[in-house]
Design a binder for this molecule. Structure first.
Ligand code: FPP
Length: 246
């Protein structure tokens, strides 16, 4: 069983299926992304209500730049609209927003919107929404290595804990539960380092249809998991002592 009374501290979500959701309604794909933002806002608040401390969502991957130009532009514009429409509501409900990803790839206007979202909510403590935008797990590891080298970290002294401090989350806990909607069974370059011991839940539900019931189903699946982090289950006394020493 999960050791934290069944509620993960940190949930990460690959919000997949927006395009198919729109297609099923004979709408252009971008309508799915628009509906996806509404689902995201509801999901942040539902997570906060359940005592989840961190929610990380994959909003735009390093690979998404290869999508048709109109869709990329729409997604960029959607961030600006979402900040305008929802930031006040999220801030009032105790949500702290952090954006992780390669900001050098973003326009000045978008960088300002990210800065605004972060500074307007910096004092909030109820839940942190980490928006992964222009983000890729491989990019994160490379940028962390570069930053450590810039700081002059001695290669012999570089260990996992040191490198983790340079990764996008910094001191935040690793995700306990990683959910992917939309039916695909892969991680797609999301949180490659941080998801090493995350429990994975895949659902066929398309992201715009994700609701409280789907969230609760994923949490229930997580609560039923036996998290061992590479240790031995029901260890005999000698093994238990060795486990504790790890
Ligand atoms: C994957 O669905 C989804 C995305 C690439 C974008 C997800 C973005 C949002 C929900 C909006 C987030 C916006 C803000 C402001 C943070 P897909 O297009 O790959 O769907 P498909 O697999 O059905 O084609």
């Amino acid at each position: 069983m999960a050791s934290d009374a069944g509620i993960p501290r940190h949930v990460a979500i690959v919000m997949d299926g927006n395009g198919r959701w729109a297609k099923r309604r004979f709408l252009p794909r971008v309508f799915g992304h628009k509906a996806g933002v509404d689902t995201l806002v509801k999901t942040v608040l539902a997570c906060a209500d359940r005592g989840i401390e961190h929610l990380t969502v994959f909003a735009f991957s390093s690979e998404n730049w290869k999508r048709p130009t109109e869709e990329v532009s729409f997604l960029m514009g959607l961030v600006l609209v979402a900040v305008e429409k929802y930031l006040g509501r999220l801030a009032a409900r105790g949500v702290r927003v952090r954006v992780i990803g390669d900001r050098d790839q973003l326009s000045e206007r978008l960088r300002q919107a990210c800065d605004q979202a972060e500074s307007n909510t910096a004092h909030n403590t109820r839940i942190t929404l980490w928006v992964a935008f222009a983000y890729g797990g491989r990019w994160d590891i490379v940028q962390a290595c570069r930053a450590a080298m810039r700081d002059g970290v001695d290669p012999q002294a570089l260990d996992e804990a040191t490198l983790a401090r340079y990764l996008a989350f910094g001191e935040a806990p690793d995700p306990d539960l990683l959910i992917r909607t939309g039916g695909e069974l892969r991680i797609s370059n999301f949180l490659l380092w941080q998801a090493a011991y995350s429990e994975l839940v895949f659902t066929d539900c398309l992201w715009p249809d994700f609701d409280d019931a789907e969230l609760d189903k994923a949490i229930a699946a997580y609560a039923a998991r036996d998290r061992r982090f590479g240790l031995v289950k029901n260890a005999a006394p000698a093994q238990a002592a060795a486990n504790r020493a790890c």
